[in-house]
Write a new protein. Structure first.
Length: 542
């Protein structure tokens, strides 16, 4: 979110009432804290580098792609991508569940169970991928007709959707081996591969659009990107398997894994409904061009959101390994520390990003994309509150309580559906994104409540939110953006200027947040901001 799962650590069973306040967990030893922080920072940095490449490529390519395809074709591309992503999410929760088990197995150095898990899940992933490909191959014409895809675009759209189905099927298998590499902290390899195939994707898109291949060329480029990534990552991950242990998991372990993964599947479906179904709803109630405008803003918000989310995978691996090596008390202390650090970092990034996106998108694509800017800003507010729950949901997975996160995901999905039904028709795209943002906020608050009543008392992420620094950072960002708006260039340079204009807001946030001593409580000594003593120069502890 690996030996066979035992009891859920030191936490009470699911049917227990509100638990008493637990005794403070023991703090990890300094050397352990330094190691864990180093692994999280290193893995998060690699993930960030891997994420920045698609962001840079997207900034450079999006105006060219949108204008070359036209808003209708771009809307078809966004719609086909959402359909494929949504259907591919029905993977039984295999990939995120495998990440949790593989991290624990790595902590216990259990290569036998690692091998049997990977072999068994590879067969399941292959079967699910084949089923996805078969369904979309035959259903593609009907789905696109249901969304009123213009008839002249129908043939290219069908080809695109079928090809994306093949890409998604390949991705199910590749994701399993990527999880194995991540469990071994091989983030450098996975992200170097990600960067390489992303650059090849950019070259393929430019070639396709320049020579008039349109949606078909982009579809084949995406398929080639997925195939090349699998060719690199699958053999690299296979070295962590034991050839002598090739075989299937015992039935008892498989039943236990599937019992865990189906609950993770419920969470995944709910998350996809909240993040992807909006595109389908917009496509159902508005013209196809509105799908393109919505997609530009939603993708921009998703990219900003995913920058800090890159740290969650190494955090998950760290929690799983600490739980496997040192037990639940050490893991709970590590969870508390990581959650505090997580909320401090994500609040600044997403609050300032929401303010800057109002100006950056129109500077990037033009005033005709004001709706996209509104979509991005509103979604980022909802994402911010939702992202605060990130480490808490990792903890639920670590201690074997995914049903709690599933319950939260279903409640959030229901809220989203109800609010969207009320706001989509009268307010169109804006109503859809407001409904999503409000549902994310309410769902996150519900998660905190249900964890405390069904699992036990845990530190609240709300107590870690630096409200005053965030408001100050937003105010400074808006002020600077207004000052540079009149002189900002257009295109990618305009987006870059807008991003630079947000830097003072981030600096103000960081200074005020550090001043609350929040960072001093979560970072090892060598990473802490220096503290000046009266009459002495500031020094940084070694």
């Amino acid at each position: 979110m690996g030996s066979t799962l035992g009891p859920a650590g030191a936490l009470p069973p699911a049917d227990a009432g509100a638990a008493a306040e637990p005794a403070p967990a023991a703090e990890p030893a300094p050397s352990g804290r330094r190691r864990n922080t180093s692994l999280v920072l290193r893995g998060g940095s690699w993930n960030l580098l891997g994420q920045l490449t698609p962001i840079v490529v997207g900034i450079a390519l999006t105006p060219f792609v949108v204008h070359s395809l036209g808003m209708q074709r771009y809307g078809v591309f966004a719609l086909a991508t959402s359909i494929t992503t949504f259907l591919a999410s029905f993977d039984g929760g295999i990939r995120p569940s495998a990440q949790r088990y593989l991290a624990r197995y790595a902590g216990q150095r259990d290569t036998a169970r690692t091998t049997r898990l990977v072999v068994t899940l590879s067969l399941l992933a292959g079967a699910l991928g084949a089923a996805l490909l078969a369904v979309l191959w035959f259903a593609a014409p009907l789905l696109l007709a249901a969304f009123s895809t213009p008839l002249p675009l129908r043939a290219d759209a069908v080809f695109l959707l079928r090809t994306l189905a093949g890409t998604a099927a390949l991705g199910l298998l590749q994701g399993l081996f990527t999880a194995l590499l991540n469990a071994r902290h091989r983030y450098g390899l996975t992200n170097a591969t990600r960067i390489g195939v992303q650059l090849l994707y950019a070259a393929g898109v430019l070639f396709s659009l320049h020579h008039g291949y349109g949606l078909r060329g982009i579809a084949l480029t995406l398929l080639g990107q997925a195939a090349l990534s699998a060719l690199v990552l699958v053999p690299a991950a296979a070295r962590y398997l034991d050839r002598a242990e090739l075989g299937l998991m015992p039935r008892a372990e498989l039943r236990e894994f599937l019992g865990y993964s189906w609950r993770v599947q419920l969470t995944s479906i709910a998350g996809l409904v909240n993040l992807q179904a909006d595109t389908l709803i917009v496509g159902a109630v508005t013209p196809i061009a509105q799908v393109g405008l919505y997609s530009v803003g939603a993708n921009f918000a998703a990219q900003l959101r995913s920058v800090p989310v890159n740290a969650l995978s190494p955090m998950q691996t760290t929690l799983g390994q600490v739980h496997g090596e040192e037990g639940p008390e050490r893991a709970q202390a590590e969870f508390t520390r990581l959650q505090r650090l997580w909320v401090l970092l994500t609040t600044g990034w997403l609050s300032v990003g929401a303010a800057a996106s109002c100006f950056g998108l129109t500077a990037w694509l033009g005033t005709g994309y004001r709706l996209s800017a509104v979509v991005a800003a509103v979604l980022l507010v909802g994402h911010m509150v939702n992202v605060w729950t990130g480490v808490l949901t990792l903890w639920l997975g670590t201690v074997g309580r995914p049903e709690v996160e599933a319950r939260y995901g279903i409640v959030g999905m229901v809220l989203n559906v109800v609010l969207t039904a009320a706001l989509a028709v009268p307010f169109g795209v804006v109503g859809v994104v407001v409904a999503t943002a409000v549902a994310q906020v309410l769902g996150s608050l519900y998660l905190l409540r249900v964890v405390r009543t069904r699992v036990g008392a845990v530190p609240s992420f709300l107590r870690e939110v630096p409200v005053v620094p965030a408001l100050a950072g937003v105010a400074v960002t808006v002020g600077v953006e207004l000052l540079v708006r009149g002189i900002s260039p257009s295109g990618a340079a305009g987006l870059l200027v807008s991003g630079l204009a947000a830097a003072p807001g981030l600096a103000v946030y960081a200074a005020l947040a550090a001043g609350t001593s929040g960072l001093r409580r979560v970072l090892p000594a060598r990473f802490r901001p220096a503290r000046s003593l009266p009459g002495r120069r500031a020094t940084t502890p070694a």
